[in-house]
Design a protein around this ligand. Structure first.
Ligand code: FES
Ligand code: CO
Length: 326
């Protein structure tokens, strides 16, 4: 089922991690659309995963001399989607003009492959300066499959109130569940929160419980981040979350974790910890009703501490993000 959302069709949507795309073509689903992504040298490309000849999945084929070769009758497509070779055609017959693949926008950025179904290269991308900053360590996270729609997953990531409940003992404590007031900032830099104080049992691995300060930023409809700051040490941790709408009901979450300090843990253990935290959220998110995030402010009852998620809902509403199916 194709997710027919005009706004998200224009978005750059995560297809997979760079490390998941080898020299073999890879099949992904984006909003129900079957897509093949492949590498040619330094470039990445994305086509509809469908050969116009007999509907074979091009992702079952291979890349040969910069061309994507269909697995069924070996028609070859160049990076622009033109069919350049049909082995069954006698030499004196021209390749039909209609022999083309459907080409999507595709680029590699921040350790991920991004696809734009509309091919609109003007759609803004988020920026993540920490990624290029050598004082930060980068750890990639995901894929994590979730039976929920992206806005619910994203809102969970923006939700301050649940930290001391769902992640009790890790990201909060039951003695400090209250959230102090804070406001959202809307300016030329985008939409973000003021710092929110969160009491954590052991934010830096030293065993000392203390307040740390979270700021949340809404980057794109399916991409958000938070930064956690330790006032005493100056330690900063940023986690960017981006979610792929796989089809109408399932999503794949990916993240980029950035640290300006030595966490004393391996990449593997850092990912494992994040997986464990995510596993605590998952059953909650997969069972929320309605599955579509309500964008009106009446359907659910918000508190002041929900200002980040209210801002996210308002942002989606303003952009006109639907979550319809066709
Ligand atoms: Fe692709 Fe025949 S189906 S070449
Ligand atoms: Co959580």
């Amino acid at each position: 089922m194709i997710v027919n959302d005009a706004v998200l069709q224009q978005e750059w949507i995560v297809a997979c991690l760079s490390s998941e795309l080898t020299d073999k073509p890879k099949q992904v689903f984006i909003m129900g659309e079957r897509v093949v992504v492949f590498r040619v040298g330094d470039e990445v490309h994305a086509f509809k995963d469908l050969c116009i000849h007999r509907g074979a999945a091009l992702s079952l084929g291979c890349v040969k001399d910069g061309h994507l070769v269909c697995p069924y009758h070996a028609w070859e497509y160049n990076a622009e989607g033109d069919c350049t070779k049909i082995p069954q055609l006698p030499d004196n017959q021209a390749i039909p003009k209609k022999a083309r693949a459907i080409v999507y926008g595709c680029e590699e950025r921040y350790g991920m492959i991004w696809v734009n179904l509309s091919g609109n290269v003007e759609t803004p991308r988020f920026s993540l300066p920490e990624f290029e900053d050598p004082s930060y360590r980068v750890v990639m996270w995901g894929p994590q499959h979730v039976e929920a729609k992206p806005p619910r997953i994203i809102e969970n990531f923006l939700d301050v109130g649940h930290l001391a409940v769902v992640h009790e003992g890790y990201l909060g404590t039951s003695e400090h569940t209250e959230i102090g007031d804070y406001h959202m900032i809307h300016d030329e830099k985008g939409i973000r929160s003021e710092e929110i104080a969160i009491f954590q049992p052991d934010p830096d691995g030293s065993g000392q419980a203390k307040y740390v300060y979270y700021t949340y930023a809404i980057e794109r409809p399916l991409t958000v981040k938070f930064t956690k700051r330790d006032q005493e040490t100056g330690n900063l941790m940023t986690i960017l979350l981006t979610v792929q709408p796989k089809d109408a009901n399932t999503s794949i979450a990916y993240g980029i974790m950035l640290f300006n300090y030595d966490t004393g843990t391996s990449d593997e253990d850092t990912v494992k910890f994040q997986d464990m935290i995510f596993a605590q959220d998952k059953p909650v998110v997969e069972n929320q009703k309605p599955e579509d995030l309500p964008l009106d402010l009446q359907t659910e009852l918000s508190l002041k501490c929900d200002r980040v998620s209210i801002a996210y809902r308002q942002y989606l509403k303003k952009l006109g993000v639907q979550w319809g199916t066709a």
